[in-house]
Design a protein around this ligand. Structure first.
Ligand code: AMP
Length: 210
């Protein structure tokens, strides 16, 4: 099964991707994660993407299309995959088609902008071990300190309020048009993101079987 997860940044695509990946036994390909890894290890890709990412802008299409082409050619993608964070523009979707990739379903996880802003502004991460926290929903035992490794928690540069606003603007302008693009092909299924993660998961799995 070849699935695309669509939705604003912070809508919970990554969380749902983890579950689908387990249930369907197919890998999740997240361009955001691939770029963050490249940034951490200081590769050429990371250097090229850094400025865009930190400003909340999209990385140029050619770069991400190249990443996807390489990744989908790997053996573990032969029985299907979940795309989380790709495509994010119409040209990226067209490039995917030109690669001969036939998508089965596009699932949009819909969450209101206001809810997203609140969720993202409370997110904190540990620079040491990568653990993720939330001031409201998943607070660390001691304020500002990682439960796992004791490191001081930080806010991701692209989770800063003004960057979140920019990312949402970019989403509405450049990514949201993909909804009608896939709806016209009869592939779009919309899942309303719920307060409880487990409820969103149930609806997402139902949409997959529909
Ligand atoms: P994410 O973790 O999916 O929210 O991605 C974080 C950042 O990586 C985005 O704000 C973009 O700067 C970049 N990025 C990830 N995927 C793409 C994509 N498909 N096209 C362009 N930029 C992307």
């Amino acid at each position: 099964m070849k699935i695309i997860l669509l939705g604003a940044p912070g809508a919970g695509k990554g969380t749902q991707a983890e579950v689908i990946s387990r249930v369907k036994n197919i890998p999740t390909i997240s361009t955001g994660n691939i770029i963050r890894e490249a940034l951490k290890s200081g590769t050429e890709l990371g250097l090229k993407a850094k400025e865009y990412m930190e400003a909340g802008k999209l990385v140029p299409d050619e770069l991400v299309i190249g990443i996807i082409r390489e990744r989908l050619a790997q053996q573990d993608c032969q029985n299907g995959f979940i795309l989380d964070g790709f495509p994010r523009t119409i040209p990226q979707a067209e490039a995917l088609e030109r690669m001969g990739v036939e998508i089965d379903k596009v699932i949009e996880i819909y969450v209101d902008d206001e809810v997203i802003t609140r969720r993202m502004s409370g997110r904190r991460v540990c620079p040491g071990c990568g653990a993720s926290y939330h001031l409201e929903y998943k607070a660390p035992k001691k304020e500002g300190v990682c439960d796992n490794c004791g490191d001081t928690l930080v806010q991701r540069q692209d989770d800063q309020p003004e960057t979140v606003r920019e990312r949402l603007k970019v989403y509405h302008e450049q990514t949201a048009p993909l909804k009608s693009y896939y709806a016209a092909k009869g592939k779009l299924f919309v899942v309303e993101g719920q307060e409880e993660v487990a409820d969103t998961t149930r609806l997402t799995l139902e949409a997959l079987e529909a």
